[in-house]
Design a protein around this ligand. Structure first.
Ligand code: NAD
Length: 492
């Protein structure tokens, strides 16, 4: 095998990929499989077993047995923490292989997959440390001679449903805190990108996670995904994906009164004041929209620039966009890889056409990048965008930036908040007071000041408004995977 063929092939365990249920690799009950595509070449990478309703039921039963059996839940917090730490160590040992598979399947540049895997490792390390720190409280009740305390208990079986943009990393944001809390998990990866979730299962098996504690069921959203949400044996759904599917999930989950946390879409404003360090702001604007090909829930897809700095800043951003190398995600120097699927590429190109039709002006990119049969789109910058245009309102989820203008602080805040979303926002200014004032007024779960796209497992992440509810990461995420029991003790 040449080096190039080796790079393009999947590990043996994924050829074909199978379901991971109760600690075993199994075929789908129906025997069905689906094709997994390499979007940079528009070629089939491998096939994976397609979970249906029956397989999801099997996986939920395995997770339920593992939960009720108590081996995981009642394992000492120290031992559970050590196992999660071991899992992180094994991911570290296999990080190059895992990053390579992520790039093959998602199309993102290899260096970005490296960052995803590093963040995944950190997330497991972080929650490994939490297992010994999940505490209840003693409550000063006013009833005489009564002692009241709380127990924080694992919620049970968690259904984790994740999208295709950060397939492994977003899975870890759910799996790590759920396992730390003593829950068991059924993970449903996105149809487009099931491979690294299966590698996570492989690593979990290698380090000796008890059977049934983590189950992985690749399949379609409307069948396998919905079966997880509807299953009475699942106690909680942790979902990341589009607002539309989030709404559907909340409705279906309501029938069995499941706990739900939703991390949904965004149309995040990146606000640049004229007193900002403009070269840094321009770099931030580029990273904010073009990292991850713009397929990032928190992408800074609306650039709001103070009118006096508008021309200068947009010039720098357009020039920077033209310089970003689009191409083979395995090639050093590539900054924009392939869009995840043909369907997504067509959707992004449709938005670019719509932008032009509605009167916005293309100042960089503007169409498909002609690089073989793969799904590549040029980094595209629109100027003269107004707030009612489609490209200013809808989540494009691709490398397309909409630039708008504002006149003063109040105008900036009003335009920034003029969206149904509220996931993230950024402010660029040299004025400390202005920075914090604007941060306090933005309706967004994360605000970056003079930076963009920073994440840490210790810092909570989640949305305001229709970007969802519940917080991932940080100690707060553990609230999503535990519930409180109030215990009364009669002292006399
Ligand atoms: P999607 O909503 O189409 O799918 C997400 C997941 O849900 C997939 O696994 C899919 O198979 C599954 N699914 C689809 N229909 C379902 C149903 N009826 N029941 C249960 N599961 C179902 O999203 P996508 O296209 O994979 O990802 C892009 C979206 O994800 C964007 O809107 C983006 O903003 C959002 N996203 C949000 C965050 C965040 O943290 N807020 C992070 C990444 C992506």
């Amino acid at each position: 095998m040449t080096e190039a063929t080796l790079t393009r092939s999947v590990p043996e365990i994924l050829a074909p990929g199978r379901l991971f249920i109760g600690g075993e690799w199994v075929d789908a009950a129906s025997g069905e499989t689906f094709e997994v595509i390499d979007p940079a070449r528009a070629e089939v990478l491998t096939e994976v077993a397609e979970a249906g309703v029956e397989d999801v039921d099997r996986a939920v039963r395995a997770a339920r047995d593992a939960f009720e059996g108590g081996e995981w839940r009642e394992m000492s917090p120290r031992a559970r923490g050590r196992l999660l730490w071991k899992l992180a160590e094994r991911l570290e040992e296999r990080k190059d292989e895992i990053a390579r598979v992520e790039t093959l399947n998602n199309g993102k540049p290899l260096f970005e997959s490296g960052i995803d895997v590093a963040m995944t490792i950190q997330t497991f390390e972080y929650y490994a440390g939490w297992t010994t720190k999940i505490e209840g409280e003693t409550i000063p009740v006013s009833v005489p001679f009564q002692f009241n305390y709380t127990l924080r208990e694992p919620i049970g079986v968690v259904g984790a449903i994740v999208p295709w943009n950060f397939p492994l990393n977003l899975a870890s944001w759910k799996v790590a805190p759920a396992l730390a809390a003593g829950c068991t998990v059924v993970l449903k990866p996105a149809t487009e990108t099931p491979l690294t979730a299966l590698l996570l299962a492989d690593v979990a098996a290698e380090v000796g996670l008890p059977p049934g504690v983590l189950n992985v069921v690749p399949g379609r959203g409307s069948t396998a995904g919905e079966a997880v949400v509807a299953h009475p044996g699942v106690d909680k759904i942790a979902f990341t994906g589009s607002t539309e599917v989030g709404q559907r999930i909340a409705t279906v989950a309501a029938r069995t009164v499941k706990r739900v946390s939703l991390e949904l879409g965004g149309k995040s404003p990146n606000i640049v004041f004229a007193d900002a360090e403009l070269p840094s702001a321009a770099k931030g604007a580029l990273a904010g929209i073009f990292y991850g090909k713009g397929e990032v829930c928190a992408a800074g897809s609306r650039l709001l620039v103070e009118s006096s700095a508008h021309e200068q800043l947009v010039g720098m951003v357009a020039e920077g966009a033209d310089r970003l190398k689009v191409g083979d995600p395995f090639e050093k120097g590539t900054r924009i890889g392939a869009i995840v699927s043909k369907r997504q590429m067509e959707s992004v190109l449709g938005y670019i056409e719509k932008g032009v039709e509605e009167g916005a002006r293309v100042v960089a990119g503007g169409g498909r990048a002609d690089i073989g049969p793969g799904y590549f789109v040029q980094p595209t910058v629109f100027d003269d965008v107004t707030s009612e245009m489609t490209i200013a309102r809808e989540e494009i989820f691709g490398p397309v930036l909409a630039t708008l203008t504002f006149e003063d602080v109040d105008d900036a805040i009003e335009q920034a908040n003029d969206t149904m979303y509220g996931l993230a926002a950024a402010v660029w200014t040299s004025d400390v007071k202005k920075a914090h004032y604007v941060a306090s007024r933005l309706k967004a779960g994360t605000v970056w000041i003079n930076t963009y796209n920073l994440y840490d497992p210790a810092s909570p992440f989640g949305g305001y408004k229709q970007s969802g509810y519940g917080r991932e990461l940080g100690g707060q995420a553990l609230d999503q995977y535990t519930q409180l029991k109030s215990v009364w003790v009669n002292l006399r």
